[in-house]
Design a protein around this ligand. Structure first.
Ligand code: AMP
Length: 359
């Protein structure tokens, strides 16, 4: 594909904070952005050149959106694959495409795909009814986490199962939906690898952040992870291999559990820019948002070399009411422009350069 010239229009499916930050990066490179979102007044819509408000199954609106854009990307992994197909039939490319979306939208398909491509995960079993849980638990031989196959995020749609007697309650807790039961992993820490793959197959990745969660929601990401170089390199290789196997174009984030002996077990991937990559604009020569836009626009990819040690703190719920007078000199504040702070809602984040890179 010939590189998209500045002044062209990039469409983004989804209107949340990731779309808002992508729109900022696109604007910096001279593109116009149009947002498509079912939400009224989405955070991304307020920084874009325009916004369509319509449902994911509104074929006419999707075709109108496609006609107004030169290329289309996404910031939300649960965009229905059918919506993507409507845009493709209308003659516009959606990057990343349907393969990355359909695999990541279903935990069973996702973990099966990862294992088929040599990327180990926690052991898991398919659960279609409450009665499937006890035998799966017996086969795991540990406690398990019951996770809905679809629509789970930030720890939602999950319930721990510690004994066969707990099966019915866990099944009810996740809404009796198709699920997997996954073995409990006694991990040492969690990391994620962000990788970007261009339209010509060039792949770059960033140094993996170490991530800590609170109540199932990402709280803090730090680079470097402090893990041995060999473990980081293996994680980066696996993420690049995944992007290639999917034929992915754009940024993708693969999350791992790291066991005490350095073994990596992949947990899940997001076919998009990611909360754990928010340090990249401050820490690295090229950040995730700019790189994603470069991929989608068919531009050469930027250098992801890490220049600084850095951290990111999420501002969740009321923490989003930041007093600008209390920020430190190194604090870089990003607020998402959400009208209302609700418990568990991501309102913004602070990134901080900690020191120039030492190694
Ligand atoms: P997920 O929605 O799969 O990303 O899970 C959210 C968080 O729950 C993870 O980041 C882990 O901290 C924890 N978790 C998920 N699956 C497991 C597991 N199999 N064993 C232990 N902890 C888990």
């Amino acid at each position: 594909m010939t590189p998209l010239p500045p002044g062209a229009t990039i469409g983004i499916l989804g209107g949340g904070q990731l779309g808002r930050m992508l729109a900022g990066a696109a604007a910096q490179l001279g593109f116009d952005v149009l947002i498509y979102s079912p939400e009224d007044d989405p955070p991304a819509g307020r920084v874009a050149a325009g916004a369509f408000q319509a449902d994911w199954d509104d074929a006419e609106a999707l075709r109108e959106f496609a006609a107004a854009c030169d290329v289309i990307t996404l910031e939300f992994e649960n965009v229905p694959v059918e919506s993507v197909r409507i845009i493709e039939v209308a003659g516009k490319r959606v990057l990343p495409g349907a393969a990355s979306l359909s695999v990541s939208q279903d935990r069973l398909a996702e973990k099966t795909f990862l294992n088929q491509h040599g990327i180990a995960t926690a052991p898991f079993h398919r659960i279609d009814a409450a009665g499937d849980i006890a035998p799966a638990l017996a086969s795991l031989g540990t406690a398990g986490v019951l996770k809905t196959r679809r629509d789970g995020y930030d720890g939602k749609g999950q319930a721990w199962v510690r004994s066969p007697q707990g099966a019915e309650a866990a099944w009810a807790a996740i809404g009796a939906a198709p699920a997997i039961l996954e073995g409990a992993i006694a991990f040492d820490c969690e990391i994620s690898v962000l990788v970007a793959r261009g339209q010509d197959g060039t792949t770059t990745s960033w140094a993996p952040p170490r991530n800590t969660h609170k109540d199932g929601i990402l709280d803090r990401s730090v680079v470097p992870s402090g893990l041995p170089k060999g473990v980081e390199e293996e994680a980066r290789r696996k993420a690049m291999h995944l992007a290639e196997a999917l034929g992915h174009v754009g940024v993708l984030a693969l999350e791992f559990f790291v066991l005490p002996d350095g073994t990596l077990l992949a947990n899940e991937f997001a076919p998009r820019v990611h909360n754990s990559g928010h340090c990249t604009p401050e820490a690295c020569k090229t950040g995730q948002f700019e790189q994603h836009i470069r991929c989608v626009a068919g531009w050469p990819l930027g250098d992801t070399y890490r220049l600084f040690d850095a951290e990111m703190i999420n501002l969740i719920g009321e923490a989003g009411h930041v007093d600008p007078a209390k920020l430190g000199p190194e604090d870089v504040l990003t607020l998402y422009g959400k009208r209302e702070a609700r418990p568990g809602r991501k309102m913004g984040h602070i990134t901080r350069r900690l020191a120039p890179r030492k190694d």
